[in-house]
Design a protein around this ligand. Structure first.
Ligand code: A2P
Length: 277
């Protein structure tokens, strides 16, 4: 699979498997199947409650650990805890993680970021980043960071393209990872006439057209699927490209429609009340 070069020289496979709300056995099977199909990038989180299942599938894969990119996310109640990354490694049963990011922009996020920097310097994690930091708290972290983050992970799809954020992170050489890259599988998006006509031209599905568009524009999509047919389709993107005109047609779908939204105050109220062990 093609790779994306990060601002610290690390190379990340350009598509990852998302496993949000996929638990236990289903998750282990989905990850094992994905690795057998050629995926080399899995995106988990403490708050997904499936790190152990992901770790098991990675350890039991015939692919070398060094070939697989494993990401996880720290929940806010652990931001001040210097042992959070060690305990995360224990849950995965792995010696290091490729990327660890702060899951939400609430709580003691500067302390959380500092703890990530320490784990990075100690070689326990190969890259660090942020997820869902869309307020001025993004610049707050950037202005205090000794190690600039490599990644910002946010909702991003043709209906919500995040160009403002893409411009804000570009000067730091940060890359954007996309959750809900397929608009959460929304049939309205997957049946958009513009996408259908481009898909017909290349004998691909509209999901493949959307994923290819993300990859061409330098973002890293994290499509979620437990369906082996969809999983296979979602990495079968490397035998075609899109024209500039087609890319512009997809960019014209941007309409500010997001599938998940909470104000900062709502995020604080909700997320600070969730305590993970
Ligand atoms: P499934 O698990 O049955 O494949 P997103 O990554 O944007 O959150 O989208 C995930 C949703 O889209 C899931 O419901 C997933 O269902 C569906 N999905 C994933 N890949 C495809 C695909 N290639 N074609 C159609 N639907 C897909």
């Amino acid at each position: 699979m093609e790779k994306v070069r990060l601002n610290n020289g690390m190379e990340m496979p350009c598509i990852g498997l998302g496993v949000f709300q996929v638990d236990g056995n289903t998750c282990e099977k989905a990850v094992s199947n994905a690795l057998a199909l050629g995926y080399r990038h899995i995106d988990s989180a403490h708050h997904y409650f499936n790190e152990a299942a992901v770790g098991k599938a990675v350890r039991e894969s015939s692919a070398a650990r060094s070939e697989i990119w494993v990401t996880s996310k720290i929940w806010p109640n652990e931001y001040e805890d210097e042992t959070a990354v060690d305990r995360m490694l224990d849950r995965f049963g792995l010696d290091y993680l490729d990327l660890v990011i702060l899951h939400q922009q609430v709580g003691s996020y500067l302390a959380g970021y500092h703890n990530l920097e320490k784990a990075y310097e100690a070689g326990k994690i190969r890259a660090i980043g942020l997820s869902n930091f869309e307020s001025e708290r993004l610049e707050d972290v950037l202005s205090h960071a000794e190690v600039k983050p490599q990644i910002l992970q946010v909702e991003c799809h043709p209906y919500f393209q995040q160009w403002d954020l893409q411009k804000r992170i570009a000067p730091y050489g940060m890359k954007m990872e996309c959750w809900y890259p397929l608009g959460h599988g929304d049939a309205g998006l997957l049946n958009e006439p513009v996408l259908v006509s481009i898909a017909e031209k290349y004998h691909k599905s509209t999901a493949q057209i959307i994923l290819k568009w993300h990859v061409i524009e330098g973002r890293i999509p994290l499509p979620k699927s437990t369906n082996p047919v969809h999983q296979k389709e979602n990495i079968d993107l490397f035998d075609f490209t899109l024209t500039d005109g087609e890319i512009q047609q997809i960019e014209a779908l941007d309409c500010g429609r997001r599938y998940w939204h909470m104000t900062l105050a709502q995020q604080e109220e909700k997320f600070l009340n969730i305590h993970l062990d």
